[in-house]
Design a protein around this ligand. Sequence first.
Ligand SMILES: [Zn+2]
Length: 461
Amino acid sequence: MLKIYNSLSKQKEIFKPIVPGKVGIYVCGITVYDYCHIGHARTSLSFDVMIRYLRYRGYEVKSVRNITDIDDKIIFRALENKEPFEAVTERFIQAMEEDERALNILPYDVVPRATQYIDQMIRMIQQLLDKGYAYLAANGDVYYDVQKFESYGCLSHRVLEDLQAGSRVDINEAKQSPLDFVLWKAAKPGEPEWPSPWGLGRPGWHTECSAMSLDELGETFDIHGGGADLKFPHHENERAQSEAITGKRFVNMWIHTGFLQINKEKMSKSLGNFLRIRDFLKNYDGEILRYFTIASHYRSPVDYSEDSLDAAKSPLERLYTALRGLPIEDLLPPSNTEFEQRFQEAMDDDFNTPVALSVLFDIAREINRIKNSEPEEAQTLGALLKKLGGVLGLLHQDPVAFLHHIGKAKVDAAMIETLIQQRDEARMAKNWAESDKIRDKLTSLGVILEDTASGTLWRLG
Ligand SMILES: [Zn+2]
């Protein structure tokens, strides 16, 4: 039985899909005005693992993640660069897809964009006006009247009065109350605009997720996810809009991923501790970031540093070393092993990846123990290790290739292999001085040599 921590009830609940055997999941995507950073990667990798696990458990999953391709930040960036806003969004959508491929993140089934949903959003805003949940302000904006939605604050577990007391004094006099949020923004000169019953303008951010999830997954769906920072106000607002319109429960399970800090501080450009995924990938393999991410539970805060990242290298190296040399291509893994049961128990407990990883290490240890004495048994265990690693999005690379570049994105493998060949030749000719010299050179490059019966193997240490 899969149990998931639901942010709404603040409890682990048994997961019961609305339609048996099927899961609809919606994850809030990014606003495409800049490159994705490793905080985004943490959220994306966490949900990728959950979706992979749901599929492994036999569910037919429909995954949806939006792209916010119209927003103040995008408009600002386009003005700054003197280019159309579409050029900005196209560029960063492509960059995001590239980054996610490098992190082995599976594409979502549906990737709706806000600008494709303007009509649906206008209809939704009209419904909210008709039902008395929204009002047209004097400046031409349309706002949601938070006071009208009784359970506002339930998801973030805050009381409306506290939220109001805590909210900053709002300079926007068009709003009736500081917590009211914008559904439709009247156009300002030079900004992208669409026609609506309230004049030219564009929809507010929160509305797009309500419109897209309703369209793709229906009035009530199974799982809605996002980073913890989206719980309030974004998800609270989505809930207020959707439930006001349908009169039904919007989402059964709300999943929120924890924060990522860098060197114990909040990631920020001004502090200089801001790291883009593509800058990370210049120095490291994407799988290292995935391992680092899932070595912690998805709800725990994680602290990123060079040291913690280095600590993620050697466990991955151990797993790949166990797989190295095992011909497991066409092998079926054994089913119902104790290993797999333990793996499932861990993942069924609110996707407990750190415990699931410990099972992978137990398999690797067993492979190493029997590799020489029981090679066939070691091979089928290798197939199991690869299969369960795959559920976490790990171990998809060729073990030898991975061990040749571990931790680093680019290594001159050809040069290293030439040196190894020269060393082998020197040894054949019993030229020990030369072979030692080459070995020292390889050591200085961080290459670790293993002389085996079938030749010299190498990896980076
Ligand atoms: Zn959203």
